[in-house]
Design a protein around this ligand. Structure first.
Ligand SMILES: *[C@@H]1O[C@H](CO)[C@@H](O)[C@H](O)[C@H]1NC(C)=O
Ligand SMILES: *[C@@H]1O[C@H](CO)[C@@H](O)[C@H](O)[C@H]1NC(C)=O
Ligand SMILES: *[C@@H]1O[C@H](CO)[C@@H](O)[C@H](O)[C@H]1NC(C)=O
Ligand SMILES: *[C@@H]1O[C@H](CO)[C@@H](O)[C@H](O)[C@H]1NC(C)=O
Ligand SMILES: *[C@@H]1O[C@H](CO)[C@@H](O)[C@H](O)[C@H]1NC(C)=O
Ligand SMILES: *[C@@H]1O[C@H](CO)[C@@H](O)[C@H](O)[C@H]1NC(C)=O
Ligand SMILES: *[C@@H]1O[C@H](CO)[C@@H](O)[C@H](O)[C@H]1NC(C)=O
Ligand SMILES: *[C@@H]1O[C@H](CO)[C@@H](O)[C@H](O)[C@H]1NC(C)=O
Ligand SMILES: *[C@@H]1O[C@H](CO)[C@@H](O)[C@H](O)[C@H]1NC(C)=O
Ligand SMILES: *[C@@H]1O[C@H](CO)[C@@H](O)[C@H](O)[C@H]1NC(C)=O
Ligand SMILES: *[C@@H]1O[C@H](CO)[C@@H](O)[C@H](O)[C@H]1NC(C)=O
Ligand SMILES: *[C@@H]1O[C@H](CO)[C@@H](O)[C@H](O)[C@H]1NC(C)=O
Length: 483
């Protein structure tokens, strides 16, 4: 009896030792299928809802309630523990709804039996919709990530002055000029397909993505596309490839890293979140952020994925996700948590909803292994990560607005590192005095902002009431036209 148990133990031992534990995960996710950007506001379609939902369901099986070898350490399998999750999306219909759809797959309704509470007076209350679980989606608050699906212009929403200038420079590059010239006839040839929205003047490579987006959405949702005979497989491929080229060049340029600001800020968020998981010993294990394709492209460039395949220069499909797993081979229990040196990061990417497209490992930073030790990961990411407001303002060359306060302190700190030993911070002032002035400026800015908010808040109250009346009127009008 005893020897049998011993034998069993021995046979299990090597398995247990080789067992990898997932300590936490960061997922960056594109939204699902949506309506075209040509008609705002864009919205998530049923197809898109299904894509993000099935992606959430895929990750549920992988990380939450499935196979022990991939399940995240200590994760609550059925009833969500809000402290274990951090879900973010910019304030945008398509992205917020995508996040919601994903969460419905990640933590589906648990049934009225599990989702019920007994009140003080003894009666039992069940949550609505068969135990639907409410999970908040936080608004991404960084100055640099307010991208919206309503805007066609990729860099404008970043608000980063130097990045806007850099992306704009693409339109003056030889590469762009040549492509614009060479594709002029091609674009005019598809004009009959898109002439309800584009004119012969706007039907050029300059609008490559808008045109592709319009046609792409139509091919998915519209049975009757005008002059659809023009849309051969070859033409569709050409439209897509040209859009890829256009968008990639706006998102990344190896000799001008500020263009990839979206990837830099994302890198800082990934680092900080994974660090939270480690320092908190897996108290908060899952972070999910929804965002736009440009961040994928910028990040791919910065993380040196381009040499692996040209695929990384193409716009990723709807509901794509890239995943950073914190993994370890060390023993993990409630009394022993691995040290930073014993933890590694594995990078994976799925092109389209992970439910239908393989989640594939890729090596980052030109390394040979797809599993990179945490210290190496941190130092490689820190080569391009931009996290705090001051570095963002400095890198972007912004000095007004939210950067008005930090520009004083960042310029004094950069000058103090530049001129070693110099006693002056800015213009002969001692650093302590400069600091006090900086704090006063900050205070003034905050007070000013408060006044502004109060002013705007008051104004909004009035205008919303007016809007309601106007909206009702136009609503009737529109209904009349439609009927
Ligand atoms: C768990 O994963 C292992 C390794 O991938 C696999 O061999 C096993 O079949 C999986 N078990 C279940 C229940 O899916
Ligand atoms: C118990 O309290 C809830 C909430 O206040 C109330 O709706 C319900 O009617 C109460 N039940 C009884 C049996 O008093
Ligand atoms: C940065 O500067 C640009 C150009 O001046 C401006 O459009 C943008 O709003 C600024 N961004 C912030 C966050 O202040
Ligand atoms: C990339 O950046 C360099 C340096 O700023 C510039 O000369 C070049 O034209 C840019 N290329 C593209 C395609 O934007
Ligand atoms: C674009 O094409 C036109 C006509 O073919 C030509 O005159 C012009 O020089 C070309 N421009 C560039 C930048 O190649
Ligand atoms: C669009 O092109 C088609 C085919 O050439 C033509 O019949 C139609 O009148 C055009 N529509 C507009 C708005 O120009
Ligand atoms: C399909 O395309 C036609 C012609 O452009 C347009 O009138 C119609 O509204 C479109 N239908 C949908 C569902 O987008
Ligand atoms: C992780 O967080 C700890 C504690 O806040 C901090 O000391 C450390 O520098 C952070 N590491 C990284 C890589 O951000
Ligand atoms: C690039 O994409 C093609 C087509 O989807 C695929 O066959 C190939 O494996 C991909 N390459 C890499 C490195 O992912
Ligand atoms: C994802 O798929 C699209 C085609 O739908 C392709 O253009 C792109 O290169 C792919 N990206 C990667 C990283 O495989
Ligand atoms: C754990 O060990 C296996 C087998 O040696 C190895 O393939 C894997 O990369 C290791 N994982 C980590 C996080 O070191
Ligand atoms: C650790 O977990 C074991 C079994 O799951 C439990 O008996 C023990 O009380 C836990 N210890 C602490 C310090 O939480």
């Amino acid at each position: 009896m005893q020897s049998k148990q011993l034998l069993l133990l021995c046979s299990l031992l090597p398995l247990i030792q080789a067992q990898e534990t997932v300590l936490g995960v960061y997922i960056y996710h594109r939204h699902g299928d949506r309506t075209t950007k040509a008609y705002t506001p864009t919205s998530l379609t049923d197809l898109g809802y299904d894509q993000v939902y099935s992606s959430g369901d895929f990750y549920r099986t992988r990380y939450v309630n499935g196979n022990e070898s991939t399940a995240i350490y200590n994760i609550s399998p059925n009833i969500v523990k809000l402290s274990q999750l951090n879900v973010e999306a910019p304030v945008d219909n398509v992205l917020q709804n995508s996040a919601q759809g994903f969460l419905q797959g990640l933590y589906p309704p648990v049934g009225t039996a599990l989702a019920s509470q007994t009140l003080a007076n003894g009666s039992t209350v069940s949550s609505p919709l068969n135990g639907y679980q409410l999970i908040p989606v936080n608004a991404v608050s960084t100055a640099a990530t307010t991208s919206s699906e309503n805007s066609a212009w990729l860099q404008g929403s970043s608000g980063c002055n130097n990045a806007i200038i850099s992306s704009n420079n693409y339109f003056y590059s030889d590469e762009y000029m040549t492509t614009l010239n060479e594709t002029a006839a091609f674009y005019q040839s598809v004009l009959p397909v898109i002439n309800t929205t584009f004119t012969s003047k706007t039907d050029t490579f300059k609008n490559a993505y808008s045109i592709y987006d319009y046609v792409h959405v139509a091919t998915i949702h519209n049975k009757t596309i005008p002059s659809s005979s023009l849309l051969t497989t070859e033409t569709l491929f050409q439209l897509q490839t040209l859009a890829d080229k256009h968008e990639f060049n706006l998102a990344y340029n190896s000799s001008d890293p500020i263009r990839a600001i979206a990837g830099s800020t994302l890198a800082a968020q990934i680092l900080s979140q994974l660090n939270t998981t480690i320092t908190g010993k897996s108290k908060q294990q899952i972070a999910v952020q929804f965002g736009v394709y440009s961040s994928f492209l910028s990040f791919f460039g910065l993380a040196q994925l381009l040499p692996l395949s040209d695929n990384f220069t193409g716009v990723v499909d709807y509901a794509s996700s890239m995943t950073f797993e914190l993994v370890t081979n060390a023993t993990v229990s409630n009394v022993s948590y691995p040290t930073a040196d014993e933890i590694s990061v594995r990078f994976l990417f799925s092109n389209g909803t992970a439910a239908a497209n393989p989640l594939t490992e890729y090596p980052l930073f030109g390394q040979s292994s797809t599993v990179i030790s945490w210290p190496t990961f941190v130092s490689e990411m820190n080569k391009f990560a931009i996290g705090d407001q001051a570095s963002w303002c400095a890198a972007c060359g912004n000095t007004t607005g939210t950067c008005a306060a930090s520009s004083t302190s960042s310029s004094s700190s950069s000058s103090s590192t530049g001129a070693a030993g110099a006693s002056s911070g800015s213009g002969g002032m001692s650093r302590a005095v400069a600091g006090v002035i900086g704090a006063m400026v900050t205070l003034a800015v905050i007070l000013g902002l408060e006044a502004l908010v109060m002013l705007l808040g008051g104004f909004r109250l009035i205008s919303k009431k007016r809007l309601a009346g106007a909206g009702a009127a136009t609503g009737n009008g529109a209904a009349g036209v439609k009927a």
